[in-house]
Design a protein around this ligand. Sequence first.
Ligand code: ADP
Length: 720
Amino acid sequence: MIEAVTPTLPARAAADPLKAGLRAILNWLERPISDAALDSRIPHLGTAWTVDTLVEAADSLGLEVSQHNVTLADLGPVPCLLWLKDGSVLTVLERVDAQQVRALLAHQMERPGRLQLADLLPQVQGQSLALVPRRAKPDAAQPLPTEDVGALMGRRGHWFWGPLLQSKGVYLQVAVAALLVNLFAIASSVFSMTVYDRVIPNNAMDTLTALLLGVTIIFACDFVIRSLRAYFLDMASAQADASIADALFEQVLDIKMKVRLGSTGNLASVLKEFESVREFLTSATLTAFIDLPFAIIFLVVIYLIGGPMVWVPLVAIPVMVLAALAVQPKLRALIKESQEGGHQKHAILVETLSGLETIKAMGAGASLRRRWQEAVAHQSHIGLQTRMLSQLTGNVANAAQQFTQVLVVTAGAYLVQKGQMGFGAIIACTILAGRAVGPIAQVTQLITRLNQTLESYQALARFMAHEREHKEGQTFLERPDFKGRIEFRDVVFSYPKTTRPVLDGVSFCIEPGQRVAVVGKIGSGKTTVAKLILGLYTPDSGAVLIDGVDVRQIDPADLRRALGVVMQDTWLMSGTLRQNIAFGSEFVSDADVLAAATLAGVEDFVREIPEGYSLRIGERGEGLSGGQRQAVAIARALVARPRMLVLDEATSAMDSAAEEAFIRRLKASLSGQTLVTVTHKSSLLALTTHLIVLDKGRVVAQGPTEQVMGSEAVARSPAA
Ligand code: ADP
């Protein structure tokens, strides 16, 4: 459908009408989404919206997009976007009656008005894009019942089965192809039987030529259908692959911070399990499974040709299946252990690589090497056991398969001697028995693989089940502008899987434009306050309010756009300096980047570098000093001119001259933005007018700096 839409409509329509039209329709469906949230869902930031972008965004929001011809008599399904002859885009929301529709021009997000179809249809360019909630019938643009909204918000339904089900047509074709291929297989056995029983005794060489020709044609068809089947399977899995990989990455980015994911290496390794699931979906392995049910066809034909000979494969098949089932529980446990061991090994590797400098400096290589050796030894031990078990099942299957052939021939000889059938039947039944038990033998050999895939799928499913920031069915009110008032109301918070509250009844209110320092001893909860303001975590009880609205009701994308943040651990990514400064704010101009860089002090050192802002920095900011990294992080926080600034020990790695210059410049440039700085340095207090003093997760003093400094509580809390 996506391909069908693109070529006939203007490929690069004006930037905003399409986006505005989509938002208008989502509003109409009572599933409003903010501008920023919409941008955060699609990977096309910074470029104009094309029809492709629209289709992708609508699809990820649970809308089905289809293209329709608009005639003078018929508008097609609604809601839809219409291209008018004057180039503008009209959003039609619903039919009011047979003559009228409710619509609005996409670039005016005001109240929709009524339009007479008789006036409208002659102005349409010819085509419309209908955007209909998935699972709803066209024209059913009524607000959806709440339980349906949840189902629709998911990206193409279930993260794994959704994309696969999209290709259900292909899988049906593959099944039909499998049926044909297996029916063709009967041909060679019938051919042999006829040659032995009819052609040779009667010396009918003409018949033989005709038979040979027929079989050749059948084999040619078989070849074509097999190739097509493999191609279709690969196509379907490639399509699903992209969607599933995208859903996994979306989950990585959207997962709630309160979910404890374990080590980075471990998680990366779990995500890599997807490779194993994908491999399984490709042709070679899956066809063995698809062929399984067709064993019945061969058994029926053996019965028709050889009568009681069918008992041989009928006994062999359960023997093979039972052998496979008997080792299954042990195999499953071993594979689970092996995969967990693999994740562990990967975690050690990633941790070592990311801390290589420190590890070398500390001379701690030996202990890590020991951990690595233990993990490797454990995994290879498990691997050996797994291989032995799966080889055992494979060998049983192999023996059963060979024995089947021998027994079929033996039984055949017995029956021929009794005159119940001809020689040809023995040949035919031997071939057919081979075909009947073949897929089962193949599957038992693939049983390790099947278990690995199941384990991988389950590991991924557990990861996908973690709570997300954008929950299914949850809609946020749009808040494009914030004044910058930050309030904590009796906030109690403890980190996940810990019992002791880190914040215990914290209340304060920071007015728009106020400049506040949060101070206190190490571990008093200052950084946690900053993380709660950012909505990275939510309080166990009480509330964090921005402009009087609970942060839980604000779209995280809107919130983070309004907040400039420098975290304690400066994180830069590999790329140019400019990319790092504009990271997360793709629409900023070069002038904005330069202004932010000057303010943060980046300009002071960039001036002396020949590459300037094109300087490439390595992973985590390698190539820059600690202070320089902090300056880049500050520039990144300032570049989009946010209403609120949260600085957590933002200048800890700067020398006093750089810090002083930054404080001076920032102070001069602040005009009404709210500033919250978490610090234990008195130098940063020059920026602020108010203090909040924390001790053991409680506010012990707050108010204007001079007033707090003189208070008794601060006298007892030396960190302030
Ligand atoms: P501060 O910034 O005042 O030094 P933090 O707010 O960083 O203190 O931490 C407060 C307390 O919370 C500390 O005792 C710390 O051990 C604990 N803590 C911080 N981060 C986490 C976390 N991710 N998981 C569990 N406990 C944490």
